[in-house]
Design a protein around this ligand. Structure first.
Ligand code: ADP
Ligand code: MG
Length: 698
């Protein structure tokens, strides 16, 4: 028995130094282990032979046993092709090659049996197969042909003569060299508990299964293992950190919270709001530091929840601070808190770059002597050298770019780490959150306050703007406001600016009777704020914007969101934009305006938007359509890319199983000291060495 990670692939027949180099460069395959873990992306059932008369163009791949009776060559240049007349004893089939003609002429014989394998199509009314695979029935017996693996290859590999078939030869000769039983990586008790296929069998069957069921069981075992070890790493780090981080104990629910709850709360909390507040209170009274992600769709009432947990901090003699990503949002929070708290004796202050001189000094003193209870600010300000007397809770709003390192910086502000709550309206499917935000506990507000009218979403094409403009006029005449959003043109900022400015002028011509604000990414923050403020105050009726308005802006009077070139936006972005309307009591509308020519995927995307308002449903759909690599938050962790088989989008249930299992194992044996867990402990140590960055997952 040899260590597969030490065996170079040059020991496999057919792999010389030059191919080895290509394999390493293209697919990262250096060792037997690497090759073994390079799995086929699909299998095709080759257990059946067809007769030519049975073939239809609906069939994906078929194989036919027969002989070539003759060949003919025709055409010039790019039209040059070779056609063989393939006969199965009853009927003919045209087989055509446009490339590699001289090789085929040399190697393919007339009147010799071949198993032809390819995709049937029709050309000029005749059934044909282009560029089929040909095998001799002598080397390829039906019993061997059950499920044929297909491996990914690259252009460079093909140039070096390595196709999927070549890879197949490599893996099959590797497996035949592995005459011993490959060592298990999971403890027996887990294999039994979860009815998993043993590793040795799973690895072999993942390449060469005999049935589709066997392949499924093998894949399940391998995917599970992949996800399980990730969860084990993340959770063991998270638990360790959790233990080390002593937190202030907020056991009291006192005057501030109770007075607010009984006398000031203008409406009953939703069940979801109550639940997440309870979850956070449990964290904050546990003696450990809270590290929680609060997810809730736009409009689900996160701000109120934030305020109420801050009141708990105040009841326990601490200060709280909330950080918003922009000054506008910070100001909005101030307004909101004043509205909620009215004359309650809670001092709330706002600190932004604009607050200078005496005012700033007064606030800083208030923070130091503890008379400021709640501080609202932007990241920039708070990350600086603001000192608190006793900071007990930090809330980070609408911000998922705020990683572990930055959070750690906040903690350093006081001896005992403050509790941390991160709030986001970007719905991340739970399974992905478990991986991306490994060490954060997740709370979800999955219920909107009652009485909200869901935004009505429509998809229209851009060739009939008149109808759209009539709708705009109707809404504005009814006293509402309207957003026009344009996509960013990534390739050219100049073009981008031009688009928005052109549209601005265009809309001014169409709606001379209304006033229009414009915001775009090229403006200074202060200019942007001025323009936004005009819209917030109702001075302007229309806001023309690039996606800078995506985050958090709250104008309840705005009832229409028009998204131009909607085909260029991703699902989660569309959903975020739509969340800007539907914040008041009126029926709101979201109009997706697109080009006529749409790919199937884009059409699907726009259709999903018109069908559901549920952010989590949309996030799940997005994950399925695009895969996790594109989703926000995953890039930094890189985990999504380390997966060979599992897919965070499609394998949600397995992620959950892996998570539950890791938690079950660590509950019983936190340090993995038990005899039964020796394998896990060793593998975990190895993984932690290989992936140091995983400890940084936020
Ligand atoms: P989010 O920050 O989650 O997008 P907000 O906190 O801004 O949502 O809440 C949206 C609106 O809903 C606010 O006007 C808020 O006052 C209101 N709201 C919050 N909770 C409730 C509730 N339980 N019942 C009714 N309205 C609520
Ligand atoms: Mg909010």
């Amino acid at each position: 028995m040899e260590d597969l990670k030490q065996q170079a692939i040059t020991y496999i027949p057919g792999i010389g130094p030059s191919r080895a180099k290509t394999l390493e460069a293209e697919l990262g395959i250096k060792t037997w282990h690497d090759l073994l873990y390079t799995f086929p992306y699909k299998h095709i059932d080759r257990s059946r032979l067809y007769k030519i008369k049975e073939l239809t163009t609906e069939m994906p791949f078929v194989q036919v046993l027969g002989q070539f009776l003759s060949f003919e060559e025709a055409g010039q240049g790019r039209k040059h092709h070779l056609t063989g007349h393939f006969w199965d004893g009853e009927m003919f089939l045209d087989v055509t090659w446009f490339q590699g003609i001289s090789f085929i002429k040399k190697s393919v014989k007339i009147r010799k049996d071949y198993i032809l394998f390819g995709r049937p199509s029709v050309y000029g009314g005749r059934l044909c197969v282009n560029h089929p695979d040909l095998d001799s029935p002598e080397t390829m017996t039906l019993s061997k042909m059950s499920m044929q693996p297909y491996y990914s290859t690259t252009e460079r590999m093909k140039k070096a003569g390595m196709t999927s078939r070549t890879m197949e030869r490599f893996t099959s000769s590797l497996l035949s060299k592995l005459t011993w039983t490959l060592p298990e990586t999971l403890p027996q008790y887990l294999i039994e508990k979860l009815h998993l296929m043993p590793l040795d069998k799973a690895l072999r069957a993942a390449h060469y299964p005999t049935t589709a069921d066997e392949l499924a069981a093998a894949n399940m075992r391998l995917k599970f293992e992949e996800l399980f070890f990730i969860q084990l790493v993340i959770m063991s780090y998270a638990r360790k950190r959790q233990q080390e981080r002593v937190g202030r104990r907020f056991t009291r629910i006192g005057d501030a919270f109770n007075t607010f709850f009984h006398h000031y709360l203008p409406f009953p909390l939703t069940e979801a709001q109550k639940r997440v507040i309870r979850e956070m209170h449990a964290d904050m009274s546990s003696g450990h530091q809270m590290n929680r992600l609060l997810q809730g769709d736009v409009g689900s009432g996160k701000t109120l929840v934030a305020l109420m947990v801050m009141l708990i901090a105040i009841d326990n003699g601490c200060q709280a601070c909330i950080m918003a990503p922009t000054e506008i949002l910070a100001e909005q929070h101030l307004q909101t808190f004043h509205n909620f708290l009215k004359d309650m004796p809670v001092r709330v202050e706002l600190l932004t770059g604009n607050v200078k001189g005496k005012r700033r000094k007064a606030i800083e003193e208030g923070l130091l002597d503890g008379s400021v209870n709640i501080l609202i600010g932007t990241h920039a300000v708070i990350e600086d050298n603001v000192q608190f007397r006793s900071l007990g809770l930090v809330i980070i709003d609408e911000q998922h770019r705020f990683g572990v390192a930055q959070r750690a910086k906040l903690w350093s502000k006081s001896e005992t780490s403050p509790h941390v709550l991160v709030m986001t309206a970007t719905p991340i499917p739970r399974t992905l959150a478990m991986t991306v935000y490994g060490d954060l506990d997740v709370s979800i507000i999955d219920e909107l306050p009652p009485g909200r009218k869901p935004v009505r979403t429509m998809h229209i094409y851009d060739n009939q703007p008149e109808q759209l403009y009539r709708g705009v006029i109707r809404e504005i005449e009814a006293g509402h406001q309207v957003y026009f959003v344009f996509p960013l043109v990534k390739e050219s900022e100049k073009l981008d600016l031009k688009n928005v400015q052109d549209e601005f002028i265009h809309l001014q011509e169409i709606f001379p009777q209304y006033r229009i604000s414009m915001v775009h990414g090229k403006m200074k923050p202060s200019e942007k704020d001025v323009e936004m403020q005009k819209f917030v105050s109702g001075e302007t009726q229309i806001l023309v914007a690039t996606t800078v308005i995506e985050v958090g802006v709250n104008v309840p009077n705005a009832s229409v969101m028009i998204i131009q070139n909607a085909e260029r936006f991703g699902l989660s972005q569309l959903h975020q934009l739509r969340g800007r309307v539907g914040r008041g009591a009126e029926q709101s509308y979201c109009i997706l305006v697109s080009n006529y020519k749409l790919s199937a995927e884009t059409r699907k995307r726009l259709q999903i938007m018109t069908e559901t308002n549920d952010g989590f449903e949309i996030a799940e759909a997005d994950l399925k359509l695009r895969g996790p690599g594109d989703l926000e938050g995953t890039q930094q962790s890189g985990i999504a890319f380390n997966l060979r088989l599992a897919n965070l989008g499609r394998d949600g249930q397995l992620v959950q199983l892996a998570r539950d299992t890791a938690s079950f194992v660590l509950d019983a044996d936190p340090e993995l000291q038990a005899q039964d867990n020796t394998l896990l402990r060793r593998h975990l140590q190895e993984l932690k060495k290989e992936h140091r960055d995983w400890s940084q997952i936020s």
